[in-house]
Design a protein. Structure first.
Length: 311
């Protein structure tokens, strides 16, 4: 029985070399190095830290940040999948991009549940509910385009093949779903650090950075729960990633222009995601749906389709 989980059964003889012997470490080192090298000119520019006397045009900054998401996690994931699993592993990873047959409840959760969680986190912050501004028609009409742009350039399509496609299956098998998620969450959060000094994110204060690390770790626990129930679908995690990014950046801020959110914009998301993650940990006893994760079924289905095509 074959498996789409890179951490389960290799599809060829055990490879040799430093990368193959330390696949997770190699993946994270490459993901950080590739992305940070691309973002370094932005950080050093006058728009960022101003350590060097040059200014980058806004389109160049945007493309650099978007490119870093692909060059880091995605390229690293495919390199390491090729090293450890060969071409068959790469094909399985690609199939998970379009693994859409998951329960409708998971689409509802990622597309509607995530915004609701963010809203509930916002209204409990003192002074936020009183600043509420009604939704405008232009905001509603612009949301689908903002979602699509975020999906393609804002992180989901570029990051998820690495974090959930390569790293999470291995971390779950080695450390368990909860500890594995915490490790991934912290490493995923720290990977974003250069953006705090890019001039396009919230100020790089200690509270903002700590809130971001906790928030991303809580989000990772939630995404592991969805990932396991969706049997490793990358499509559903990409949609969840895009739902969070789009709603938090494009809807929550215009809805609640409270002064406290100008300084601590992550606070509502931090509250909502942390509470949700804690509930999931308690309800699932830390398993986060891992018992529902059967990647071999996806591999067998893919193998059958390949046999039928060649017949």
């Amino acid at each position: 029985m074959t498996s789409v989980d890179n951490a389960d059964q290799p599809m060829r003889a055990a490879p040799h070399g430093v990368l193959a012997r330390h696949p997770l470490t190699s993946f994270f080192v490459m993901a950080y190095a590739f992305s940070w090298l691309v973002e370094l000119p932005v950080v050093l520019s006058e728009t960022g830290t101003g350590l060097l006397p040059y200014t980058l045009p806004k389109p160049v900054i945007a493309l650099s940040i978007a490119g870093a998401t692909y060059l880091g996690p995605t390229v690293s994931a495919f390199i390491m999948t090729g090293v450890t699993q060969g071409r068959a592993g790469v094909r399985r990873l690609l199939r998970r991009y379009v693994q859409w047959r998951v329960g409708v409840q998971w689409y509802l959760f990622v597309l509607l549940g995530i915004p609701v969680i963010i809203l509930l986190g916002a209204i409990v912050v003192p002074g936020v509910l009183g600043s509420f501004q009604p939704l405008t028609l232009s905001l509603i009409l612009a949301y689908p385009l903002a979602f699509a742009t975020t999906f393609l350039l804002g992180g989901p399509l570029g990051e998820e093949p690495g974090w959930r496609g390569f790293a999470l299956p291995r971390l779950q098998r080695r450390n368990g779903p909860l500890v594995g998620s915490i490790i991934l969450g912290v490493l995923w959060a720290l990977w974003h650090l250069p953006l705090f000094w890019s001039g396009v994110w919230t100020p790089p204060t200690i509270p903002n950075i700590l809130m971001f690390i906790v928030m991303i770790t809580a989000l990772t626990i939630m995404m592991t729960w969805v990932f396991n129930h969706a049997n490793g679908s990358l499509l559903i995690t990409m949609l969840m990633h895009a739902s969070f990014n789009t709603f938090a950046n494009k809807v929550e801020a215009p809805l609640f222009p409270a002064p406290i959110l100008n300084e601590f914009g992550l606070l509502p998301v931090l509250i909502g995601f942390t509470v949700t993650a804690l509930v999931l940990i308690v309800v699932t006893r830390g398993r986060l749906g891992y018992e529902h994760y059967h990647p071999e079924e996806v591999a067998e289905a893919g193998s059958r389709r390949e046999v039928q095509k060649s017949a």
